[in-house]
Design a protein around this ligand. Structure first.
Ligand code: NAD
Ligand code: DAU
Length: 349
């Protein structure tokens, strides 16, 4: 029986992956390992917490003894590694935290895999979840393909690039079976409101200013988190060992247009006058080293594995807003306490 360690399973994407795997693969033992940092939240696992195949271990991926104990206790056969410090703005104020978790943490997990799977590396898979930000920035034209050279600019993307290199180094050096996927920006339910979309939804609800960095013409390529998780499932089962897959839905938006679309959908849903929320848009100081444009070419994943997103952006965004409007307790819980301090530091200083 497979015993799959999913790291970062209490976070935004990780919890979606855990929820899908627990339900869709009742024959697998799912072990969610998470340190429960500010971004980790066990409320995200409520829908599956009582499932027979679900297990939770609170541990830090940089703690080798704790990771070894989990491998031993659960007889881990495969790893899907999502645990990370994930927010670019936080990486600008505290880069070392990103080196620690994203680099040291990834190598600590690889070391455990090397130790516990040494009888036969071919029976096991280490699947590393990464980001399109490792490729750097695009001009007005073109896409990131799997062959694009790495050119990270933020401490976050530099730490993710480093972790990707370590994963591939363990394949080349020790023969550990690995696969890597690099995905574009995700959005959807359970997204922590430090990122553009959930932050804007929360601020619109509360009639607070909507901070748009610089001129707002930065471009991101958005994918519904449920579609990212379905791609992860497919790559885990059908991906070619040693390969990289880019995940994205060919869905580029300039930040300003995206925030305006959010305002429009939310005014309709909240019964506010058209144009009300747009008045909250406030251009603020730019993010240092801000990458201009990301755009993923997902042709390999489309052609080789037959994966396509299941929803349009308008549908996904509408479903996301509906989720936040009907989960006010979740939103209130994550925006109380330390969140207020973070917000003050990031936006009011
Ligand atoms: P998130 O910040 O919402 O969740 C990260 C999770 O990791 C949290 O539950 C946190 O508690 C846990 N964690 C952090 N440090 C840990 C440690 N030292 N030990 C154990 N657990 C720890 O992040 P997310 O947005 O869900 O991203 C998940 C993964 O996907 C990351 O690797 C990220 O780089 C990657 N990714 C994210 C996006 C995106 O748009 N959010 C896009 C592409 C790739
Ligand atoms: O591309 C994948 C990456 O997407 C992931 O690897 C990261 O983990 C994830 O956080 C995300 O990074 P971004 O920096 O693109 O996401 P964020 O939501 O922080 O910002 C999206 C865009 O919106 C970016 O151009 C910065 C801008 N922005 C962001 C915030 C928080 C604003 O204009 N105002 C804001 O308040």
């Amino acid at each position: 029986m497979k015993s799959i360690l999913i790291t970062g399973g209490a976070g935004f994407i990780g919890s979606e992956v855990v929820r899908q795997f627990v339900v869709n693969h009742p024959d697998y033992k799912i072990v969610n390992l998470d340190a429960l940092t500010y971004a980790g939240n066990l409320e995200n696992l409520k829908p599956v917490e009582n499932a027979a195949n679900y297990n939770f271990e609170k541990a830090d991926i940089t703690d080798a003894a704790a990771i070894n104990a989990v491998f031993e206790k659960h007889g881990i056969t495969d790893v899907i590694h999502l645990a990370a410090e994930s927010h670019v703005d936080r990486s600008i104020t505290d880069p070392l935290a990103f080196v620690h978790t994203n680099v040291i943490g990834t190598v600590t997990l690889l070391e455990a895999a090397k130790k516990y799977w040494k009888e036969d590396y071919n029976k096991h898979l280490f699947y590393h979840i990464s980001t399109d930000e490792v490729y750097g920035t695009l001009g007005a034209e073109g896409f990131f393909t799997e062959e694009t050279s790495y050119d990270p600019h933020s401490p976050y993307s530099a730490s993710k690039a480093s972790s990707d290199h370590f994963v591939r180094a363990y394949y080349d050096t020790y023969g550990i079976q690995v696969v890597v996927s690099n995905c574009s920006n995700n959005y959807g339910p359970y997204h922590f409101p430090e990122k553009l979309i959930p932050l804007s939804i929360n601020n619109i609800i509360n009639h607070k200013p909507l901070p748009v960095y610089g001129d707002g013409k930065y471009t991101r390529d958005w994918l519904y988190v449920i579609d990212h998780a379905s791609a992860i499932d497919l790559i885990f089962h059908k991906g070619k060992v040693g390969d990289t897959y880019n995940i994205g839905g060919f869905n580029e938006w300039q930040n300003i247009d995206l925030v305006k679309l959010l305002c429009k959908q939310m005014d309709e849903k909240l019964g506010r006058e058209a144009g009300d929320s747009e008045k909250l848009i406030t251009f603020v100081k730019d993010r240092p080293g801000h990458d201009k444009r990301y755009a993923i070419d997902a042709t390999k994943l489309n052609k080789e594995l037959g994966w396509y997103p299941s929803v349009t952006f308008e549908e996904g965004l509408s479903a996301t807003i509906d989720w936040y409007l009907s989960n006010t307790e979740w939103l209130n819980n994550v925006t109380s306490g330390n969140y207020a301090k973070y917000y003050e530091q990031q936006y009011n200083h």
